[in-house]
Design a protein around this ligand. Structure first.
Ligand code: FES
Length: 176
């Protein structure tokens, strides 16, 4: 964190860039790092917190290795998006807004992935997958399982608070 902060002067308009670099390096912005940013910029922790929770790009809890976003927007909804979400939930064993206990998967519900013509759509990490059906979900999760060494999570889940974000995909988390 010190290394990140050393690249900045400490002016308030550096808040977003600092948070972006922190998010990129650590995968999330812990409470401790949030406090460090506040101290560095001489602003309140609540100010930093409000920014972190406003933008969907920031997370307050550790995320899974594979981030799965299932679109529930209108186009996807009318073409079976809810069913796709259910299949994914059953396959990885967590609910939207949760991260598996082994930190292999995080699942999010999103409003639109910008690929409505391919509905129903889901996104895995940076890849968009369209015209999803049960077989394609099965194959995709199976492939992720091979990558991760397992295909289904079990045990205690990490819950995250979800609220509307400024941009889609919208998901914000409260946590450590
Ligand atoms: S509504 Fe699903 S991609 Fe637009």
């Amino acid at each position: 964190m010190k290394k990140i902060l050393s690249n900045f002067k400490g002016t308030k308009n550096e808040l977003i860039p600092i948070l972006q670099k922190t998010q990129k390096k650590f995968g999330y912005i812990s409470r401790r790092r949030l406090a460090q940013v506040a101290t560095f910029l001489n602003i309140t922790e609540s100010t930093v917190y409000s920014v972190v929770t406003f933008y969907s790009q920031f997370y307050l809890t550790r995320q899974g290795k594979h981030k799965i976003r299932v679109c529930q927007g209108t186009a996807c909804h009318v073409r079976g998006g809810a069913g796709i979400m259910q299949i994914v939930k059953n396959k990885i064993g967590i609910e939207p807004g949760e991260t598996s206990p082994d930190y292999m998967f995080s699942l999010e519900r999103v409003a639109c992935l910008g690929s409505c013509a391919l509905a129903p759509v889901m996104m895995v990490n940076d890849s968009v997958h369209g015209a999803m059906n049960r077989a394609k979900v099965d194959a995709l999760i199976k492939e992720l399982g091979k990558i991760s060494g397992k295909s289904k999570s079990s045990g205690k889940k990490t819950s995250q608070r979800k609220t509307a974000g400024k941009k889609s995909p919208s998901a914000r988390k409260a946590g450590k």
